[in-house]
Design a protein around this ligand. Structure first.
Ligand SMILES: Cc1cc2nc3c(=O)[nH]c(=O)nc-3n(C[C@H](O)[C@H](O)[C@H](O)COP(=O)(O)OP(=O)(O)OC[C@H]3O[C@@H](n4cnc5c(N)ncnc54)[C@H](O)[C@@H]3O)c2cc1C
Length: 373
């Protein structure tokens, strides 16, 4: 039977990051399996923000974790590019969330104060401030603001990345360091044996390993249920629109609009409870376009050329799940939203914790069992 020290199920952003972190830690023979179904395009269909601002408004630990991730991002990207040979197109320009009217400006201002206090509890800074309309206009002078925009929440310490290249780079670096990636590999069952060995049933035969990471997105629920583990995730659809290329005018990403280095605008901020239906709808397109034009009226003149939907892996409190399976401590599940933003921590902190070479004081807060009632 084919064997590895550790197998990671799921080659999306989460699984690729964990697999890379494991080989960096010298975790022995590591294999990464991915089913590669065209319908599972979450890691290929996201917005690409490397973001901490606003995250964790109702979950202090998640706010701290997100802030920490952005502290790791610049060094993480530099090392990843060196190891993989990829340019992941990280633009560490800062980012902003605009406000419409005075009331929203006030809400943003209050939220900054709250999250600043939360981050200070663990010695983290929270470098976010409000810009008034004039200051925002000066920050992005090549694009005109809509008349209702009152200002924005802004931090210089976040940015955006090409998420496709990020995933490809993590997979490449993993393989360059001796890891084995196997695509079109579907795991149908996880069978823990006495003594700690785990057998995996796959479409190409059986594998065995000593440690297993389940990072299969919505596919994880089905794999873990026979082990008695109810994974607390639910599907939430997001839809994105992409425009034709345009001369570069937007120099920082906004929460609902960003312009990529090749000139396209990516627009979107929809959240819908739709089960696993990843179709696009005219309602979401209309509302997202209207929202973006309210912010930047020039977008009304730019043609929209593509759109897609993708299904987020959401948890009830929005924070990640990094959790060992009770009774099977050598099996870990990783399930989360924001796997782009949190990729540096998956590589630098979560993987060493899984491999047994590291730990972090915030990790115990992310157990799947926190949702058990
Ligand atoms: C519209 C939208 C915008 C987003 N924007 C951002 C953003 O700006 N910033 C950010 O940080 N995050 C963003 N996200 C979230 C981000 O895309 C996800 O957190 C991330 O893609 C999750 O990756 P994953 O690897 O956990 O899951 P997935 O991408 O679903 O990967 C799981 C993989 O497991 C494989 N798999 C499943 N079952 C099996 C099996 N039985 N055997 C083998 N393989 C299996 C699947 O083929 C899949 O490739 C966005 C999401 C959406 C929908």
């Amino acid at each position: 039977m084919r064997s590895a020290d550790t197998i990671v199920i799921g080659g999306g952003l989460s699984g690729s990051a964990i697999a890379l972190g494991l080989v960096r830690e010298g975790a022995g023979r590591v294999m990464l399996f991915d089913e590669q179904l065209p319908t599972q395009r979450l890691s290929r269909g996201n917005f690409g923000l490397t973001w901490f601002m606003c995250k964790g408004a109702s979950h202090p630990i998640y706010a701290q974790w997100s802030r920490l991730a952005c502290q790791h991002w610049p060094d993480f990207a530099a090392r990843l590019e060196e190891e993989s040979g990829y340019n992941i197109e990280l633009e560490w320009t800062g980012g902003a969330v605009h406000a419409i009217g005075e009331e929203e400006f006030k809400v943003h201002t209050e939220s900054i104060e709250g999250l600043k206090a939360v981050c200070a509890q663990v010695g983290l800074d929270y470098p976010v401030k409000m810009l008034d309309r004039q200051e925002l206009a000066e920050l992005i002078p090549k694009i005109e603001l809509g008349p209702e925009v009152s200002g924005a929440m802004y931090t210089p310490e976040q940015g955006h990345v090409n998420p496709l290249k990020l995933m490809a780079a993590m997979r490449a670096a993993f393989q360059n360091k001796g890891g084995t990636f196997i695509g079109a590999q579907t795991v149908s069952a996880i069978l823990p044996k006495t003594g700690g060995t785990i057998i995996l049933k796959t479409n190409t035969g059986d594998y065995q390993c000593q440690k297993l990471v389940v990072a299969a997105g919505h596919g994880s629920t089905r794999l873990l249920a026979p082990l008695g583990e109810k994974l607390h995730i639910y599907p939430q659809r997001g839809q994105l629109m992409v425009t034709q290329r345009h001369k570069r005018v937007l120099s920082i990403p906004m929460l609902c609009v960003r312009q990529t280095p090749d000139g396209t605008f990516v627009i979107g901020l929809s959240t819908e409870d739709t089960a696993l239906d990843n179709r696009v709808t005219t309602e979401a397109m209309q509302s997202q376009a209207a929202n973006a034009i309210r912010l930047f009226p020039m977008l009304a003149k730019v043609n929209w050329v593509r759109a897609w939907g993708a299904i987020r892996v959401m948890t009830p409190d929005g924070a990640p799940i990094y959790s060992r399976i009770p009774g099977n401590d050598n099996i870990t599940v990783v399930a989360l939203h924001s796997a782009v933003s949190l990729a540096p921590l998956a590589v630098n902190i979560v993987a060493p914790w899984i491999g047994g070479t590291g730990d972090h004081e915030l990790l115990p807060h992310f157990k799947n069992g926190r949702f058990d009632v």
